[in-house]
Design a protein around this ligand. Structure first.
Ligand SMILES: Nc1ncnc2c1ncn2[C@@H]1O[C@H](COP(=O)(O)OP(=O)(O)OP(=O)(O)O)[C@@H](O)[C@H]1O
Length: 251
């Protein structure tokens, strides 16, 4: 698999008078189509890293290459175009617009990036995505008429409308019960297989992280572990993050 994204010596310092370095020179490459979990204790730097990868925040030092192209020197407008065309975001809270229906919510990023009413093909893609995420019968309902799990599924469909090469998710199932969590993760994996987008998912639940192709552990702003195809032996060694219901541990 080719590299989609490369982080080179990424440092992040917060504060001006009192400076705190929260990422200490990270070097990580992500391949096309890879499904990666980022795990770590609260405050270890996971969201900071994800925000930098998604260009929502700038690193204090270091370089980000996306398809070999340097992102560091892009201005705000260029970055916003870059994000709209290449990155899908899924957050813990769905941020759906309450005033418009499910279909219009999913179409919103396409609307924004083109600056006009989406084409028939885009509308077709939106309908297909809504079908894939299993909420077809709620296409014309408003978000407040959906369950929490259904809203998160719509947020996933919305993240995919522009066919992004990269999907970033920060605790995407943090607000869901364990049954919906499992279903949403299965859905993310299915979508990853079908559309070949690279998925980077921040979580502190090992039950979730273990479903990825690769698990990266961050501790105090450093990568302390980077493991492919995690198995039973490794999962037990991530004991800080292993809930009692961990499905692999019980095997
Ligand atoms: N805007 C900010 N200004 C100053 N410090 C910040 C800022 N954002 C985050 N931090 C600090 O950076 C460190 C890393 O925060 P970050 O949110 O990346 O951690 P995290 O691993 O995502 O945590 P959690 O799992 O609790 O969401 C923390 O010590 C946090 O207090």
């Amino acid at each position: 698999m080719d590299n989609l994204l490369q982080l080179k010596n990424i440092k992040k310092v917060y504060g001006t008078k009192i400076k705190t370095e929260v990422l200490h020179g990270l070097n990580i490459s992500f391949k096309k189509g890879e499904f990666v979990s980022i795990i770590g204790q609260s405050g270890s730097g996971k969201s900071t890293l994800l925000n930098i990868i998604g260009t929502l925040d700038k690193p204090t030092e270091g370089e980000i290459l996306f398809k070999e192209k340097r992102l560091n020197h892009m201005n705000g407008k260029e970055l916003s175009t870059f994000r709209n065309d290449n990155v899908g975001f899924i957050f813990q809270f769905h941020y759906l617009l309450p005033e418009v229906n499910v279909l219009e919510n999913v179409l919103m990023p396409a609307w924004i990036s083109k600056g006009r009413t989406p084409s028939k093909d885009v509308i077709k893609r939106a309908k297909r995505l809504i079908e894939i995420v299993g909420v077809k019968d709620r296409m014309y309902n408003k978000p407040n008429e959906l369950s929490g799990g259904q809203r998160q599924r719509i947020a996933i469909a919305r993240a995919l409308i522009n066919n992004p090469a990269l999907v970033l998710a920060d605790e995407p199932t943090g607000n869901l019960d364990s049954d919906s969590t499992d279903k949403v993760y299965e859905l993310l994996r299915d979508i990853n297989k079908e559309f070949k987008s690279t998925f980077i998912i921040v979580t502190h639940d090992m039950h979730i992280a273990a479903k990825a192709d690769r698990v990266i552990e961050i501790k105090d702003g450093n990568v302390i572990r980077d493991v492919n195809n995690i198995g039973k032996n490794e999962i037990e060694s991530f004991k800080d993050f292993t809930p009692t219901s961990c499905f692999l541990c019980e095997k």
